[in-house]
Design a protein around this ligand. Structure first.
Ligand SMILES: Nc1ncnc2c1ncn2[C@@H]1O[C@H](COP(=O)(O)OP(=O)(O)OP(=O)(O)O)[C@@H](O)[C@H]1O
Ligand SMILES: [Mg+2]
Length: 335
């Protein structure tokens, strides 16, 4: 399969999440993709028209592009201790984009909020066996992994609310920092022994903290991907995150590298977003992806329908941007 061929849930029958009876009344973004640039009286001098032309060109560049399978399973921890910067959104949409291109992708949700599990449509109520059981009760990863209902080749190890206690429970366990790594190693062997295809990417969605759950993710991964929100406080806290990663490299996982930084929630109408983006690119020229994720209503709506934006609205700018980011990630050489 090639990029951009995710199965669209085009019927758009929303799978509303049951927020204790509260139904979300979500707004609808202007569907620019619905307006064809080929219409007769098309005037490409207006901002919306030039945006359309630009998006059409970007889409053409992606269409039918084959993504290479990496030489080994790439394990990326998506981390930033700052909350709400787009970790989960980036995890699930990058994973969905890569899986829709035919790669084998696993998302491990180690955030007690379970947001990645929600967005991927995987059950994660308190009775479900989850990554908590893997970390604390030595349950195998194979027993908790579920297939995502909307996208082929995409799997998720869900998080349940029990994970909220895991930070404390882990403290007294043997090899407390390495438990996720061991579980992943076992699962990789399990797949090989059972004739299942090798995983191409594993994404680990971290909570907004630098506690033992995040340390487990750092120990299990080869790469760190840091989403940075294009807002004023974006770089605050980043030095703390990088210091922690250095400590991990020194003492627990010498293979770990910060390979990827993704700029998220970019608002092209503000000078501030442009300044932050330029600043981050200047500091981390090797790591920052060229692709930029815009602030988009469609991206924020998707999780309330238990979907990624790839299936919720594949023709949106948000989906296009995540496809570009995923292609760039896959085509970069493995660090
Ligand atoms: N590009 C975007 N445009 C608009 N809204 C977005 C975008 N990316 C994320 N959001 C919204 O911003 C909020 C925070 O995003 P997300 O949950 O991905 O961040 P997070 O870093 O995982 O948060 P936490 O630290 O709580 O785990 C969510 O409501 C999400 O839908
Ligand atoms: Mg999150």
């Amino acid at each position: 399969m090639t990029l951009g061929s995710a199965r669209s849930n085009a019927s758009n029958q929303p799978k509303m999440v049951d927020y204790s009876g509260v139904k979300l009344n979500v707004s609808r973004e202007t569907d620019v993709a619905a307006i064809s640039p080929l219409d007769n009286d098309f005037d490409d001098s207006s901002p919306i028209a030039s945006q359309l032309v630009n998006e059409t060109k970007r889409r053409e560049r992606l269409l039918g592009r084959k993504l290479p399978k990496p030489g080994r399973t790439r394990i990326l921890t998506v981390a930033n201790q700052k909350g709400g910067v787009g970790k989960t959104t980036t995890t699930v949409n990058m994973a969905a984009a890569l899986a829709s291109a035919g790669l084998q992708v696993l998302v491990i949700d180690i955030d007690p909020q379970g947001n990645a599990s929600t967005a991927l449509g995987v059950p994660h109520h308190a009775d479900v066996d989850s990554i908590y059981d893997v970390l604390i009760n030595d349950v195998s990863m194979a027993e908790v992994i579920a297939e995502c209902p909307d996208i082929d080749n995409l799997y998720c190890a869900p998080a349940t609310i029990h994970l909220a206690g895991a930070e404390i429970e882990l403290v007294s366990l043997v090899a407390r920092e390495q438990r996720l790594r061991r579980a992943i190693d076992e699962y990789v062997k399990f797949r090989a022994n059972n004739g299942q295809e090798r995983l191409d990417f594993i994404f680990i969605d971290c909570p907004p903290s630098l506690g033992l759950l995040t340390v487990n993710a750092f120990c299990a991964a080869n790469e760190v991907m840091i989403p940075i929100q294009c807002e004023y406080y974006a770089l605050e806290g980043l030095s703390q995150l990088l210091k922690n990663i250095e400590m991990i490299q020194k003492h627990l996982n010498s293979d770990l590298v910060v390979s990827t930084i993704l700029l998220t929630m970019y608002d092209g109408r503000t000078n501030l977003a442009a300044h932050v983006a330029a600043d981050v690119r200047e500091h981390f020229p090797q790591q920052v992806l060229q692709a930029l994720i815009p602030r988009s209503v469609r991206i924020s709506e998707a999780p309330s329908y238990q979907q990624t934006v790839m299936t919720y609205d594949p023709s949106s700018t948000g989906a296009l941007s995540y496809l570009e980011a995923a292609a760039e990630l896959a085509e970069r050489s493995i660090p």
